[in-house]
Design a protein around this ligand. Structure first.
Ligand code: ATP
Ligand code: MG
Length: 605
């Protein structure tokens, strides 16, 4: 099959010598300078011929792998009516993040940020029996989100391209299978795209549902932080769990005693007072790590079977004094309820709480039989606190703390909780060693939606017994334009882009460098031969452009293989063939050049 070369003498391209003013990351800077994309408005980009070729290749890889797992491609409009999004409450939930508009009759529309509703309604429209399932549908389509801060070029746009797939199965096992298939296809896609990725377990966001994983490209420009274990496993910070801590032997620990600690409402002051008034016998200093803070939070529940209105519940959290509480991690464990620190009114309702001196005595199990405590609050212990460990903690009296309070001996909790911030160096959940924190860009997400959308939009089919049952759904997104940006972000040097062969705008960049007509004739001949072999060529046939400019542009544009027809070709009849970075340079007789290029193209594939 013949390929038509892109001739730079006529190609719609202007490379820029200077960085564009607002390019905040390398990929945005280089994609603009090398003439792949052009800014239309903040977060909105125009694709130029070179850019569109790369985009088409990225899409083709995504399409091949998603077709390969049996999903079928459809295409929805981006402009959609309000009603379906109203039914799932997403019209409101998306807040300012969606573009809303009205038609001439005053009816509400939106530019879709994702298409769960439409896919659900389409399947409802056309299918009615378990015999129709499973089915997975997908599209590669333009999405709109009015991002608060569009940034990093294609990484966070307001108009962008997403592959979104949706699986429909009769039961949860079917969903799990569809999820695994999609997940495996993602791994193949990102490998083929030349993208490094880690898979992190996510906590479900506003989409609701259960199991979900994110594919992150580990890049410094990313807005997501993830925790990485030496084993290569990775976690979203909110999803991290602390490995079980071993019990501590407390047989030699002295009995608990209450000691004077005036003016010690903060951990810092408490440590100072403890060292000043009650120094340890072993010569070591007391530190914040010896103290146990008891934090009262308010959990805000929605109405449920027992409560007609949203209700508020106080919960006490015990945590080591040298660690900060991480409200986001903590909240993830109370989802869908929200949490906040207890306010003055909350505390007033519990006269047993002495601010700055709250201790286990008035919390959870030990508070149950106590006089004056109407309704003891639930007491949860942070997962870092070992049974058998001894603590300085509040004695529920102004100016008094208990020392040698042993967890499991002197007090109990109602359960454990992940309450504190995770630190660099903490043990990883799989026990493979200390965690480190890295930054990444979310390039894809797989999500077990469960029944949320089927219930909201009443998607049911008849099962084997003729009973109408809701359909299990999964949704699976890849940021196609974002992935392209991440490829550029991870494949470039100071001179320009350096595409992996699988997505490069051409397979070889042929440069005709010289003034003589003969150079161009020889280069034309080579290009014609490559075209007839079906090799994709970017051909710098610009007359009156200096070799220096052609070499610079070639490095900027970043085609993996470069062939130079120029001075050497005229003096000794050879064509230089080398990689984009100058490596593996060979000089071959002009007559063999096409053959050598074809072999090297095949080797790169
Ligand atoms: P983020 O947290 O980065 O805003 P998201 O979790 O909201 O992304 P999803 O709703 O999961 O995004 O969308 C599926 C995929 O679409 C994401 O994994 C990401 O690759 C891509 N994507 C999301 N928002 C944008 C955007 N503003 N620009 C480009 N790609 C995006
Ligand atoms: Mg996501």
């Amino acid at each position: 099959m013949k390929a038509t070369a892109l001739r730079m003498s006529t190609l719609f391209l202007r490379t820029l010598r200077e960085d564009p003013a607002d390019a905040d990351v390398d990929s945005a800077r280089l994609l603009q300078r090398a003439g792949y994309i052009r800014k239309a408005a903040p977060g909105i980009w125009t694709w130029l011929p070179l850019g569109l070729r790369v985009l088409n290749k990225v899409e083709a890889i995504v399409r091949e792998e998603i077709d390969g797992i049996g999903a079928q491609e459809v295409h929805f409009p981006a402009l959609l009516p309000r009603e379906p999004y109203e039914a799932t409450h997403r019209w409101e939930e998306y807040g300012d993040n969606i573009f809303r508009l009205k038609d001439r009759h005053g009816a509400d529309y939106l530019l879709a940020p994702t298409h769960e509703e439409m896919f659900t309604l389409l399947v409802k429209d056309m299918y009615s029996s378990y015999k129709d399932l499973p089915v997975t549908l997908y599209q590669i389509q333009t999405k709109y989100r009015d991002e608060f801060r569009p940034r990093a070029g294609l990484v966070r746009g307001r108009e962008f391209i997403m592959k979104d797939a949706y699986s429909f199965t009769i039961d949860e096992d079917g969903l799990k299978q569809a999820y695994q298939d999609e997940r495996a296809a993602y791994e193949r896609i990102f490998q083929r795209l030349g993208l490094n990725y880690v898979i992190v377990r996510a906590v479900s966001g506003p989409m609701g549902g259960s199991e979900s994983e994110e594919f992150l490209a580990p890049l410094a420009i990313g807005e997501d932080t993830f925790a990485l274990a030496p084993s290569g496993k990775a976690w979203n910070v909110e999803a991290l769990t602390t490995p079980a801590v071993e019990d501590v032997d407390c047989s030699a620990t002295a009995a608990m005693e209450a000691l004077e600690t005036p003016d010690s409402k903060t951990i810092e002051k408490l440590v100072d007072q403890a060292n000043a008034l009650h120094p340890r016998q072993d010569g070591r200093q007391w530190t914040a790590a010896d103290t146990l803070k008891n934090l009262i939070i308010a959990v805000k529940h929605a109405e449920d079977d027992e409560h007609e209105r949203p209700w508020r519940e106080l919960v006490a959290i015990g945590l080591p004094g040298d660690r900060q509480v991480d409200m986001k991690r903590l909240e993830a464990q109370f989802a869908p309820a929200e949490i906040e620190e207890a306010n003055e009114d909350d505390l007033k309702a519990h006269p047993e709480f002495v601010k700055g001196y709250i201790g286990p005595r008035v919390l959870g199990p030990q508070a149950e039989e106590k006089e004056g405590i109407a309704e003891p609050v639930h007491y949860l212990m942070d997962a870092h606190v070992a049974r058998g460990s001894a603590w300085i903690t509040g004695a529920d009296q102004e100016g008094l703390h208990v020392f040698n309070a042993v967890y499991g001996r002197d007090f109990e909790a109602d359960g454990t909780v992940e309450a504190v911030e995770v630190r660099q160096g903490d043990m990883s959940p799989d026990g493979s060693g200390p965690l480190s924190f890295e930054r990444g860009v979310e390039i894809g997400q797989v999500f077990q939606l469960g029944l949320k959308y089927s219930n909201a939009l009443d998607l049911k089919v008849l099962d084997q017994n003729g009973k109408a049952v809701p359909v299990w759904m999964g949704c699976y997104g890849i940021g196609v334009s974002r992935a392209l940006a991440c490829i550029a972000e991870s494949h470039h040097d100071e001179h320009g882009l350096a595409w992996p062969a699988a997505v490069a705008p051409a397979q070889v960049h042929v440069l005709a460098t010289g003034k003589q007509a003969e150079v161009f004739e020889k280069a034309d001949r080579l290009v014609a031969e490559l075209e007839s072999q079906g090799i994709e060529v970017l051909y710098d046939d610009r007359p009156k452009v200096s070799p220096g400019v052609k070499f610079k542009d070639s490095e900027l544009i970043g085609v993996p293989l470069v062939a130079i027809v120029g001075r050497d070709t005229m003096s000794n009849g050879t064509v230089e063939i080398r990689n984009r970075d100058g490596s593996d340079s060979v000089a071959v007789p002009a007559a063999e050049a096409a053959q050598t290029i074809a072999e090297r193209v095949a080797a790169l594939a």
